[in-house]
Design a protein. Structure first.
Length: 215
């Protein structure tokens, strides 16, 4: 499997067999200055309806779109949506958010979208085992570095990939990734936008994989 960070909360995940899944495609503008999305995908997963996460029309091809909670099947892959909130006030400030769990190449992936709170025991149970966790860490609109660390402790993934943090191409009033990385062991700074992952080679102890946004 290859995981490529396009920017913000948007990743292109490509299975060994060539199935392409894009998560939370952003629209350029309003503080988001990553390159326009020009990738092709078979499936697009959308955690919520805000423009920086739901620009499905930018994705090339004719992808199936997966939204909302419950179990959905697209391109023979099962996507499990878990209802959460975009804030710590039951969605009264920023609305709902959907966490998506799915498996490709026997690797269990979990994309938290714009999660705004610590998970409940029921949500942790519903998510289950996680190999790769995509977690927002920038705060303000989402959980911050401290709460993101708590959520990682709740889910105990093998690999953590931080997202939704301030970069030179994101002008949002959010924190950079270093607040989240501070004091943590097992940080791998890839220096690229893409990483190859195999089930058999996943680490025994949690590793944080820091990607660079694609140009």
């Amino acid at each position: 499997m290859r995981v490529k960070w396009l920017g913000h909360s948007c990743f292109l995940i490509t299975s060994k067999g060539g199935l392409r899944v894009i998560t939370d495609p952003y629209a350029v503008g309003g503080g988001i200055n990553y390159s326009p999305i020009k990738e092709t995908a078979d499936v697009v997963v959308v955690s919520h309806g805000h423009d920086d996460h739901s620009n499905v029309s930018a994705v090339q091809g004719k992808p199936e779109v997966v939204k909302g909670d419950g179990i959905k099947t697209a391109k023979s892959v099962q996507f499990r949506g878990i209802a959460t909130y975009h804030d710590a006030a039951q969605g009264t400030q920023r609305g709902p958010n959907t966490i998506f769990c799915f498996t490709l190449d026997d690797i269990k992936l979990c994309h938290l979208g714009d999660l705004g709170h610590v998970l409940s025991p029921e949500q942790v149970n519903e998510i289950g085992a996680v190999d790769i966790l995509f977690v927002p860490v920038g705060g303000f609109y989402t959980i911050d570095a401290s709460v993101a660390s708590q959520v990682c402790d709740q889910l105990k993934p093998k690999i953590v990939i931080p997202m939704h943090f301030k970069t030179p191409k994101c002008a949002y009033p959010i924190a950079g990734v270093e607040d989240f990385l501070k004091g943590k062991k097992g940080v791998r700074r890839v220096g690229d936008s893409e990483v190859a992952l195999e089930q058999e080679k996943l680490p025994a102890a949690t590793e944080i994989v820091l990607l660079q946004p694609a140009l």
